[in-house]
Design a protein around this ligand. Structure first.
Ligand SMILES: NC(=O)c1ccc[n+]([C@@H]2O[C@H](COP(=O)([O-])OP(=O)(O)OC[C@H]3O[C@@H](n4cnc5c(N)ncnc54)[C@H](OP(=O)(O)O)[C@@H]3O)[C@@H](O)[C@H]2O)c1
Length: 430
């Protein structure tokens, strides 16, 4: 490695430009902290002529990011293009094969190909760093991989998608419905024009799969994540949650249970006193349970130019300082492949909202379905009366298994007096 750390950046969008700004504006302090200058030497994006608001004139331009990764005279390739396949993957593989370190913010790529890329990096004796891929500006990978390395972690969970947290927070604060708040989030730039990845839970699942691997020393297994989004949450559910002393949060939860791993992303009812329930708006938070450290929580901005570029730079600086840690905390060839714990085995309480025709005797049928599947009711709320019409009815249960709850809900959904699919939200008490 040369005295100067030579950096090539692939992708000059939100995160790429943020990274350029830090490297330009903080050049002196970065050099002091790393003991050597960290200089951009090459860049790549689609449009060479776009004004990106930063001076890029001193850097060699490549229109092919994979060619840059292979051929540029650099030590590190920073991949900030995005996507699990195509040019981003090609560029990362080209860099690793050429013996260049890689820094990426690309959660989709790491979630889908993390294990194989880690093997490739370690085979070539270089680092693959991805701090920015999980929870943006929160240094959670460094925390789990280094700060908590002396612990055995039993669970990591948190709010891993700022778009969903913004939508759920705004729905609660304003009483407005999902579609309305989503449209606003898009106008404000908190949600993409195509919001599916965020609101259907896929983005949070990418991050959870990566976190689980680092926390438990297991292969990255995105396909094992149970994923549900927030499209079905409506203003009524938010209001009932409030009345019951809960907030609704989209959480990613990874737990090691004996020799199995449970990974799930879905809306949760969280007690108002739980630390994670106080994390509002676009903020993210990650909680780790370790056997010696007990419980810690980190909170911060999970996306955006500055926070994400800050995480990218931490990774670049580790390389400049010669700090190298196994990609997922243990050597990639020693990552375990543990069985997935089925969702059917989840045990806990549930919130269920039914639209139930308001007529005598309807509760008896619902109660019978719950009894037949050994689900015990804790509370029942009905706030409206409209004889002959469907009204919302909310049930909370005592702890039961997911399998029993799902069977009971199938029986309830089949009743003539239930007019739409029940809304079920798992209650998580931390
Ligand atoms: N934005 C965030 O807050 C955030 C947070 C955490 C992680 N991330 C991750 O960071 C990565 C980048 O996100 P972003 O928001 O910065 O994306 P973005 O604003 O859409 O920028 C993507 C960049 O990639 C370039 N690009 C696209 N196709 C290319 C190709 N074939 N060859 C070379 N360059 C190409 C684009 O070039 P042009 O500019 O010329 O079109 C653009 O500069 C993604 O993996 C994302 O998941 C983003």
């Amino acid at each position: 490695m040369s005295d100067i750390l030579k950096v090539a950046i692939a992708g000059l969008g939100t995160v790429g430009v943020g990274t350029v700004k830090i490297l330009q504006q903080h050049a002196d302090v970065l050099a002091k902290r790393c003991g050597r200058p960290v200089n951009i030497v090459a860049i790549s994006a689609r449009d060479h002529n776009k004004d990106r608001g930063v001076d890029l004139s001193g850097y060699q331009w490549y229109s092919d990011a994979a060619e840059m990764a292979r051929d540029a005279d650099c030590d590190v390739v920073v991949e900030l293009i995005g996507g699990s396949e195509g040019i981003a993957k090609d560029a990362v593989e080209a860099a690793l094969n050429a013996g260049r370190h890689v820094v990426t913010a690309n959660k989709a790529l790491v979630a889908h190909h993390g294990t194989e890329l880690a093997c490739l990096a370690e085979k070539n004796g270089v680092s693959l760093n991805y701090e920015a891929a999980v929870a943006g500006g929160i240094p959670i990978i460094k925390t789990v991989r280094e700060g908590l390395a002396g612990n055995s972690l039993s669970r990591v969970y948190g709010i891993l998608n700022g778009t969903c947290n913004y939508i759920l927070t705004t729905m609660r604060e304003t009483g407005r419905d999902f579609d309305d708040v989503l449209a606003d989030a898009q106008k404000l730039g908190y949600a993409e024009a195509d919001p599916a990845f965020d609101i259907d839970g896929v983005d949070a699942a990418h991050k959870l799969a990566i976190l689980a691997s680092v926390a438990f020393g297991t292969e990255v297994d995105f396909d094992a994540v149970h994923v549900e989004g927030i499209r079905h949450i409506n203003a009524m559910d938010i209001q009932f949650a409030d009345e019951l002393g809960y907030k609704i949060k989209l959480l990613g939860i990874a737990t090691k249970v004996n020799a199995t791993i449970e990974q799930r992303v879905h809306p949760c009812m969280v007690p108002e006193g739980a630390p994670v329930s106080t994390v509002e708006g676009v903020f993210n938070a990650v909680v780790c349970d370790g056997d010696f450290v007990d419980t810690i929580m980190q909170e911060g901005r999970g996306a955006g130019e500055g926070p994400t570029a800050s995480a990218v730079m931490a990774d670049v600086m580790d390389i400049a300082r010669g700090i190298s840690v196994p990609t997922f905390a243990v050597p990639a060839t020693q990552l375990q492949k543990l069985p997935t714990r089925p969702m059917a085995e989840r045990r806990g309480a549930y919130y269920v909202r039914l639209m139930l025709v308001d007529e005598p005797g309807v509760f008896a049928d619902v109660a019978a379905a719950l009894r037949d599947h050994e689900v015990s009711m804790e509370q029942l709320l009905q706030r409206m009366r409209d004889p002959g019409e469907a009204v919302p009815v909310v049930i909370t249960t005592h702890d039961t298994t997911e399998a029993d709850m799902v069977n009971a809900l199938n029986a309830i959904a089949a009743l003539d007096t239930v007019t739409e699919a029940p809304c079920m939200i798992r209650i998580e008490t931390f």
